[in-house]
Design a protein around this ligand. Sequence first.
Ligand code: SF4
Length: 382
Amino acid sequence: MVTDNWKSRTRRVIEIVAIILFVVIGVTIILQTTAPSPPQGVPPKEKLTEARYYQKLGDGMVQCQLCFRKCTIQEGARGVCENRINIGGTLYSLVYANPCAIQIDPVEKEPLFHLLPGDTTLCFGTASCNQKCLFCHNWHMSQRTVEETDNIALSPEEAVTMAAEVGCNSISFTYNEPTVFYEYMYDIAKLAKEMGLVTYFHSNGTINPEPLRALLPYMDAACIDLKAFTEEFYLNVSSSELEPVLRTLKIIKEEGVWLEVVNLLIPTLNDDMDKLREMCIWIRDNLGEDTPLHFSRFFPAYKLLKLPPTPLETLDKAREIAQEVGLKYVYIGNAPGHIANSTFCPQCGELIIKRVGFIVQQYLLKEGRCAYCGYPIPGIWD
Ligand code: SF4
């Protein structure tokens, strides 16, 4: 009993230290990145880039077609995301070449566990989002307007050059919802592909089909949040909708882009095991049993400060259900040191990629196959 208590206390201390370190290091890198150039809010009008995917409705009105909201925007106004403004009947992006976060992260932090294990990536994010999730961990960017963040001018060419200079093989669009900086993401990704870099994005999945299909040829992978499996949760907790997310997941799969799914399990809000089973069955039937699913541990953040962290037992139970349903790669995240940080071969059961949190400690794949039994493990390994 004493030993169990001691082990559990030690594990908790390790978790807390790991989380504090990631937050401190992350914030430090963001601040260092933005420090050299004087921060800017909105670029001058002559430097704004016209938005893509919108319609002119007449009388100076426009309708944005980029995400599920399809905002109708009057002259001088902005869409719900606050990143697209109607000036004189033309829609402009306020965040093109205007990021507020540039950071080097491990690929595992995305989380993407079947893509370049142990590698680092250059990540970009801007102000704002098209959702208002009560639990957002990046609210200091995603729930602020472009005037409220410290931004730097960085063209797509400079962004790609920066990745090469800092020795990253990949570029990621993350932190806030990349749909709300679509034009910037698209142009960087296109250039990055020409330079032979790997590209991916982490999204809430509410982009509309046309811009998504146009983007995917320039993306190697996507990490999509499936925040819950009920419309109620999406409406009440994320001010959003579930259906567009399911549509996005299917399109990414259809287009052959590598896909991993993340579900943040929040106590009392989306931890009903019957619903989780339904979600796992949907993933199996629509995306395939090989699609990695990450159950992520919730910690109190933003407007959900009164809820406790997700109990590890809840995450274990969710993983058990996903495996019962037939999903082959089910992970537990935000719980450094948990056995489900690692990858096991679905055929022989051997540990083939050992991770502690985001750190890869052992890699036992040979040409994309289990080193023990030769079973092919799907992903992008080289
Ligand atoms: S991208 Fe922004 S402006 Fe466009 S529909 Fe979505 S929330 Fe509205």
